[in-house]
Write a protein that binds this ligand. Structure first.
Ligand code: BMA
Length: 386
């Protein structure tokens, strides 16, 4: 167990941080009716990021390299000795009312795993490879000039609202009941329309205009927050790699529509050779977030199959820990460990038992900057007694 400074102390630190001389900040979600737990998580993530970076893994509890749907299992737990601090989940195919997502994860099971991770103190983030509303193809089907069709007045607008209704049913069902019988909604970092500056999804750069992308984002936020009264969401903007602040912000929907300044990078994290680029990008994300009282994070990353056994400390950690600024991201999430037999053979981003990077992953986990679930203070209470 690492020595943790209670968050209440961190809050005081962040008000007059000696090293970074951070100005006094108040971090308020864009949803002014956000639930208490959601507001607290937002504040806690800001406080903790001045000392630590949370480690996350996509689909961690659902399956791993050699198993599918076995209660209690997690490749991260079985290699690092703790569950991850952040759990990523994926909603693709929820819009069709399907029982399973596009990777075969049952949605009712997913809800249980979300409740389980949250109950252990973890942070939950959800993304959505939403199908193409025009062609009926998947998120990677870029035909049909789809974005304008889902905007108000577009021919698929009503259908799009039904898709968001399904999301609202899902997110609204993510509640837990405490010992006194009171139930509350689990806070979710919601990350729609990710990697929009690439052109591989129907909402991507070359497939729509800046104006329409922003309209899509704003409509989604306003519908979920104001029409569906979902007050447990923090909204995460997460472009893919970018080379300037202007590029990052080109389709930014505005300070009233974003809580988390995310960034997905599968490129400049592959080796120390590109560390300068990685560091430059991280610094930009942190600076842009801090200028707006938002939370910076590395919302997706990883090196598929982790071919370098020292990658965790020598490349990923070395980049995140490079400067006073880079280490102020709140979390870093690596992508899923597809089951090698039933899904994709070489599509995994965390080690599994016996993987050559396992030892180095444990060293990564032991570093004082990095927090796994075992190390977490109570992020959902401002009175952070351990
Ligand atoms: C992608 C890949 C796909 C998967 C999708 C949604 O990056 O992992 O195999 O279907 O994410 O999880």
């Amino acid at each position: 167990m690492k020595r943790l400074i209670p968050v209440i102390t961190l809050l005081i630190f962040s008000a007059c941080d000696i090293e970074s001389e951070a100005p006094i900040t108040t971090y308020t979600p864009i949803d002014h009716n956000a639930t208490e737990e959601t507001r607290t998580l937002f504040t806690s993530l800001d406080a903790i990021r001045h000392q630590h970076v949370l480690f996350g893994h996509q689909d961690d509890l659902a399956y791993g390299y050699e198993w599918i749907n076995e209660p209690g299992r997690s490749d991260v737990l079985e290699t690092a000795g703790s569950y991850p601090a952040v759990y990523g989940w994926e909603l693709g195919d929820l819009e069709y009312g399907n029982e399973e997502n596009l990777d075969g994860v049952n949605f009712e099971n997913m809800k249980e795993w979300i409740r389980e991770g949250y109950s252990r103190g973890g942070v939950i983030t959800i993304g959505w490879h939403m199908n193409n509303p025009v062609t009926g193809g998947d998120a990677w089907d870029t035909d049909g000039n789809a974005v304008p069709t889902v905007l108000p007045g577009g021919e698929n607008h009503e259908m799009f609202k039904e898709w968001l209704d399904r999301f609202a049913d899902f997110a609204g069902d993510l509640t837990v009941t405490d010992d006194t019988g009171d139930s509350h909604a689990i806070p979710i970092l919601f990350r729609p329309f990710h990697e929009h500056n690439g052109s591989w999804f129907w909402w991507g750069q070359d497939l729509t205009t800046t104006e329409d992308f922003i309209a899509l984002w704003r409509f989604t936020v306003e519908y979920l927050r104001d029409e569906k009264d979902l007050n447990n969401l923090l909204y995460s903007y997460s472009p893919d790699v970018f080379d300037s602040k202007e590029a990052y912000l080109e389709r930014y929907p505005g300070d009233d529509y974003v809580d988390i300044f995310g960034y997905d990078d599968y490129h400049s994290i592959r080796s120390a050779d590109t560390r300068d680029t990685f560091v430059y990008r991280l610094e930009m994300v942190v600076e842009m977030a801090e200028e707006r009282n938002k939370i910076p994070a590395m919302t997706e990353t990883g090196y598929e199959t982790i071919p370098d056994p020292e990658w965790w400390t020598e490349t990923l950690l070395a980049g995140i820990n490079a400067t006073e600024t880079t280490r102020r991201i709140a979390y870093v999430l690596v992508w899923r460990n597809a089951n090698h037999e039933h899904d994709r053979p070489d599509h995994y981003y965390a080690p599994f038992s016996g993987h050559p990077s396992e030892k180095n992953f444990r060293e990564f986990r032991e570093h004082e900057l990095i927090l796994f679930e075992d190390d977490l203070p109570d992020l959902y209470s401002l009175d952070m007694e351990q």
